[in-house]
Ligand binder design. Structure first.
Ligand SMILES: [Zn+2]
Ligand SMILES: [Zn+2]
Length: 249
């Protein structure tokens, strides 16, 4: 079973467990934990670390934060950070062409991680660069073991910690991923004339709670810049977190 087949099966199970769990154990107070997990896993783990740091090297980060954020990223269930970053580099290189690992043209396949190139398309240079990081290699090797150990412990402490702290954030994160990969390559406005269909989309950015990556045309035009806001109405909260956490540009 490939890593992606396992991920897809686990994400489906987490969706079912999250939906049933939230119906059985409904308590809006616990949504505070969901929001906290979204900031830790999706914003810091995925967007700040796997995307803008590992994928684009857009700023410098201390060793300590690198380790912590790589660990957080596991709980999004987007796969190991080496895989995420190396697939993403190919997305930039081949955006909206037949070689794009997740082309917006095949909307539903891309949304549900079924696009033909999704599993195979990796930047070999990025894989080689990141395989030098022992912590990332460790996470890659024990990805599912770490996931089950942490989420299993959470469930034993209180099932609501697993539901609200781990399952609902995955459902939300998966939805956001579809919004970015599909909608932000179809609908919105362009500030820059790029060779792809990337668009800045303010509604998507609102759904992402101002995460910033929905300012997607700006990101495709200038991927080396971790700051994605170019207008007063474009919110990029992750860039503000990077301003606080980076060691230098
Ligand atoms: Zn990118
Ligand atoms: Zn893109």
């Amino acid at each position: 079973m490939s890593e992606f087949s396992k991920l897809r099966a686990l994400i489906l199970a987490v969706h079912l467990a999250g939906i049933v769990g939230v119906v059985v154990y409904w308590n809006p107070v616990w949504l505070g934990l969901t929001l906290m997990s979204v900031v830790l896993f999706t914003w810091l783990g995925q967007e700040l670390y796997c995307h803008r740091y590992l994928g684009h090297r857009a700023f410098e980060l201390s060793e300590g934060w690198q380790k912590v954020f790589a660990f957080f990223s596991i709980f999004n269930l987007f796969g190991n950070p080496i895989g995420i970053a190396s697939t993403h580099v190919n997305h930039h290189k081949h955006a909206d062409t037949a070689l794009d690992p997740h082309p917006a043209a095949t909307a539903w396949q891309t949304w549900f991680w079924m696009a033909p190139g999704f599993e195979q398309s990796r930047s070999i240079a990025t894989v080689k660069r990141l395989m030098r990081d022992a912590w990332l290699v460790f996470i890659r090797r024990y990805y599912f073991a770490i996931y089950f150990a942490v989420v299993g412990t959470a469930a034993l402490i209180d099932i609501r910690v697993a539901i609200y702290g781990f399952f609902l954030p995955v459902i939300y994160s998966f939805f956001c991923n579809g919004v970015i990969n599909v909608l932000c390559h179809k609908y919105g406005y362009k500030l820059f004339a790029t060779n792809d269909n990337s668009k800045n989309n303010l509604i998507a950015n609102l759904l992402l709670l101002g995460n910033g990556v929905a300012l997607h045309n700006t990101h495709h035009a200038e991927p080396w810049d971790y700051r994605l806001s170019r207008q007063w109405y474009e919110v990029d909260a992750v860039a503000l977190l990077i301003d606080i956490l980076k060691t230098k540009d």
